[in-house]
Design a protein around this ligand. Structure first.
Ligand code: TRP
Ligand code: ZN
Length: 902
């Protein structure tokens, strides 16, 4: 961070872990809150950690002004070593002693949004991972768990609401200050916690409240705090919180352990939300939702993030991480839990499959590239320069897949037993990923997981996405099908050679008509119906299925049973069979994606100009069949009819020409739009909804399909010049009863580059000029729109000059800059390198005040080595220009250094 800007960043290594030399039993904090100069009095009771050799106490601190240090009430000598406060003359022996530290800090100047900061006149904190040291000197590491009591003192008028972790035990007036009346509140957290879970909020907020009863009959108060004017957008968050509490009790027997549980929303936040004990702090994006301002996707995100942070109360807070290398212990497990929660909330098998497909799409478009690029790291990393750079899709989403595979190997009931044992063993402790897997295995001694545990744990230690190659040979005479599964994993930085993984491969066999066949391995006496999970452990293994009258179509890796790339030489006919008939909805969708992908790749790799006809008749017929199908849900159809993203297509290629990929995919979209025109029109008309808005899976699926249809119809109109559908889109935009329909209509006009788009954009801005989160959508839509002849970059530069653009607000910065650099490859990768120049300037500009956000943007060029010329050279030069800056943050320095390493 800021003050570490000199010299090479120090690398922290997992193998260097040692237990803390001191134990902190209690922390008593008193804050005098003032935006320019907040005073923090920190009284701790500490003791020497009995098992650790006597040594000085080294406390972390950052950007603090130190005024006083007392030991047992008396002055003491201390020294500074870099950022650390070092105390050498402490009482000997095991007796506890009191340490009092008085510091001040400047929250109004805190643009990093780590530690104590001010957002729109309200104080917030963000301490994970290492923000607490920006509030006071402390042993800022997750394995130091203490009991906290917190007194907040502030002006009554500006800060009527004073919140911290745990229970409110006292509050009242104080003597008047220079700005009028002052007051205080005292909070006591009944649970021990690491300092990264500390939080305070002070400001002028309103709240929605709900009392609930747990299964055992205890009463709890739930509160959602927002700015005045936003209360009508908190109902969905509150409902999601109640559903999360009920779900964790029902599925895992984990109750809410606090009398009071609070969620507070802020507009200025680096990430999605934070699970501070009893006082979750959220990005407004994941709290506020109303039919008029939020889309179905937003409603879904609110539900899953509220769930995620709530589930951390057990997985993360009650049992926390020993060190930050174990981050996935809480994040992978908690993402798995929020995914399961959303699936259980969705209900129907089809809606569950839709959620699974969406999650896998994120994994493939974001995590697979990470695992193949310069920032590749294991789910449990071995080293880092800046921990903030390791809040990644690998830790979160791949980590969740690793937990999911454990559930697959021990069964759903066995998994619940494993969770139970994990909490019996480790409640109140700071533990490791090993401890979790061990509990899972020990609770299921007869499982494949227990049998294979050491090998299974390679998922934690080896980076890279494994490839599984499947080869099938049918022997008509023997009536057998021999399936050979082979695995390999590409090298990643620092890991040249990989050992075989434990890979659960769920599969089924279909006949040529698409009927599911009974499965019988050669050594079984009885066939089995339906799916079966084979466990691949060797580099190559062979499985022979018997009693098959004809060559089967294998449906492999059902439900995406492992985070791998599955390669199999499917014929088009086999894929069409799977698309039409597979009983596994995931693989049905997957078959369609494979068909689209192989046609895209053929057109990309062919010589000559991009053909207008990329998709063949069989594929178009199949898509028409899906669109017309009476038995499939609209949400599922929308996924099948959405082509693989440009990012995903790029990952399949060794040399990437982003412009050619963009042109081919645009040609495919145009073809789908034109060839299925009548069916799109029919789909749009058939999926209208005139009742009250509800964001449930069925109605949101209908809106999603209608939205895609409208997009396709406007795209077709772009080619024919027919004004009818753009006119209908404008009409829909004007009289839509909810944000989903309105935004989809706007997107259809903007996405097809229609002349009516400009007018609609202006109206949209006028309608929502006071809604920050809607303005973010407005900015993002324009920065992410399809490029025509390079027009997007000038649009983006214009948007940065817009009076509503605020670079320091992370949501707003992301809405323009990230939408362009990360989510619009066709516009970003310009032959004249102007996109890269723009990127490097923004990285440096943002790094000066918010390294975390800058480092995320810095990763937009992670995959530069795959680019074709002239992009490759230009991208490297842009990265080198950033790297050449002398005063980069640790965060950005680590990203660009890795990007440039060979
Ligand atoms: N623990 C948070 C979560 O998973 C992540 C988080 C929120 C975070 N804000 C942060 C991590 C700031 C690092 C820095 O929900
Ligand atoms: Zn989390």
């Amino acid at each position: 961070m800021t003050s570490l800007r000199e010299g090479a960043p120090a690398v922290v290594k997992r193998e260097d872990y040692t237990a803390p030399a001191f134990v902190v039993d209690t922390v008593d904090l008193t804050f005098d809150l003032d935006p320019a100069k907040t005073r923090v009095l920190n009284k701790m009771r500490l003791r020497r950690n009995p098992g650790v050799a006597a040594q000085p106490l080294r406390l972390d601190g950052e950007e603090l002004n130190l005024a006083r240090v007392l030991v047992n009430g008396a002055g003491t000598s201390f020294k500074m070593d870099g950022q650390q406060l070092v105390l050498e003359k402490l009482p000997e022996g095991d007796e506890p002693f009191e340490l009092e530290i008085f510091t001040t800090c400047n929250p109004s100047k805190n643009t990093q949004l780590m530690g104590l900061y001010v957002s729109q006149g309200t104080f917030f904190t963000q301490c994970e991972a290492e923000g607490f040291r920006r509030i006071t000197y402390f042993l800022d590491r997750p394995d130091v768990m203490a009991s906290y009591s917190v007194t907040l003192r502030a002006d009554q008028t500006a800060y009527p609401v004073l919140l911290s972790n745990g229970n409110l035990v006292e509050q009242g007036p104080l003597e008047d200050g220079p700005n009028g009346p002052r007051h205080y509140a005292k909070w006591v957290d009944p649970h021990k916690k690491p300092c990264y879970l500390f939080a305070l909020v002070a400001g002028s907020l309103v709240h929605r409240e709900q009392k609930i009863l747990s299964r055992s009959g205890t009463e709890h108060t739930l509160q959602v705090y927002v700015r005045a004017g936003d209360l009508d957008k908190t109902e969905h968050a509150m409902n999601s919180l109640m559903a999360s509490i009920a779900w964790d009790e029902a599925r895992f027997g984990l109750p809410l352990d606090l009398e009071r549980f609070m969620i507070v929303a802020t507009s200025d936040f680096n990430m999605g939300a934070m699970e501070n004990k009893g006082l979750n702090i959220f990005n407004t994006k994941y709290v506020l939702a109303s039919a008029a301002t939020a889309t179905d996707v937003d409603f879904g995100n609110v539900e899953s993030v509220v769930g995620h942070e709530y589930f951390h109360n057990w997985t993360g807070n009650r049992v926390t991480c020993r060190d930050w290398f174990q981050l996935s212990l809480k994040e992978g497990l908690t993402v798995f839990r929020d995914q399961e929660f959303s699936m259980d909330m969705a209900g129907s098998p089809s809606a569950r499959a839709v959620k699974r497909i969406e999650d896998v799409r994120v994994l493939r478009t974001a995590q697979f590239p990470e695992d193949a690029g310069p920032m590749a790291h294991p789910v449990r990393p071995d080293q880092y320069a800046e921990i903030n750079n390791f809040y990644t899709v690998t830790i979160y989403e791949k980590g969740a897949e690793v937990v999911r595979m454990q559930q697959t190997l021990v069964g759903r009931e066995g998994f619940a037993q494993g969770m139970k044992l994990y909490f019996e063993r480790h409640d109140g402790q700071a533990v490791t990923c090993d401890d979790f897997a061990q509990a899972m295995a020990d609770a299921n001694p007869a499982s494949d997981l227990a049998r294979l545990l050491p090998q299974f744990k390679r998922w934690y230690s080896q980076a890279g996405t494994p490839r599984v190659q499947a080869q099938g040979v049918y022997d008509a005479a023997a009536r057998s099908y021999t399936l050979t599964l082979s695995q390999s994993c590409p090298a990643t930085p620092g890991q040249a050679v990989k050992e075989p993984f434990v890979i659960p491969v769920a599969l089924g066999l279909l006949d040529a008509q698409g009927q599911e066949l009974p499965l019988q391995l050669a050594h079984w006496t009885q066939p089995e119906q339906g799916s079966r999970t084979l466990v691949l452990t060797e580099a190559s293994e062979t499985f022979t299925f018997v009693n098959l009258d004809s060559e089967p179509v294998p449906s492999l890796l059902r439900g995406f049973s492992a985070p791998v790339v599955l390669e199999h030489a499917y014929s088009d006919a086999q894929l069409l069979t799977l698309l039409a008939h597979d009983t596994d909805p995931f693989n049905r969708w997957e078959a369609g994606q494979r068909l689209a992908l192989r046609q895209a790749l053929a057109a990309i790799q062919a010589d000559g100009p991009v053909p207008t006809e990329v998709l063949n008749g069989a594929y178009l017929d199949a898509m028409r069949g899906v669109l017309r199908h009476t038995g499939l849900d609209a949400a599922f159809k929308e996924l099948v009819l959405t082509l693989p993203s440009e990012t995903y297509i790029a990952e399949q290629l060794d040399v990437v020409d982003p412009q050619r990929i963009h042109a081919v995919r645009e040609a495919m979209r145009a073809q789908l739009a034109n060839a299925l025109h009548a069916d799109w029109a029919q789909a749009f008309d058939a999926h209208q909804h005139n009742g009250a808005y509800r964001p449930d899976p069925v109605s949101s699926g209908r809106r999603a399909l209608a939205g895609l249809a409208l997009q396709m119809l406007c795209l077709a109109a772009r080619h024919t010049g027919d004004p009818v559908w753009p006119g209908k889109a404008l009409q829909r935009f004007k009289d839509a009863g909810n944000m989903t329909d309105r935004f989809n209509a706007l997107n259809a006009l903007v996405g097809s580059g229609h002349a009516l788009a400009q007018n609609a954009l202006e109206r949209f801005h006028a309608l929502f000029k006071n809604e920050e989160l809607v303005l973010d959508k407005w900015f993002a839509l324009q920065a992410g729109a399809p490029d025509h002849g390079g027009h997007i970059l000038p649009v983006v530069k214009q948007l940065l000059q817009h009076p509503d653009f605020h670079l320091k607000n992370p949501n707003r910065a992301r809405s323009v800059i990230f939408s362009y650099c990360n989510a619009n490859p066709g516009a970003f990768h310009r032959a004249d390198a102007a996109g890269y120049v723009f990127w490097s300037e923004r990285v440096v500009e943002i790094d000066a005040f918010n390294p975390q956000v800058a480092a995320r943007l810095a990763r937009a060029l992670d995959r530069w080595k795959k680019l074709a010329e002239p992009y490759r050279t230009a991208a490297r030069e842009a990265i080198a220009r950033v790297a050449a800056k002398a005063d980069l943050s640790n965060d950005v320095r680590e990203v660009v250094t890795r990007a440039l390493a060979d």
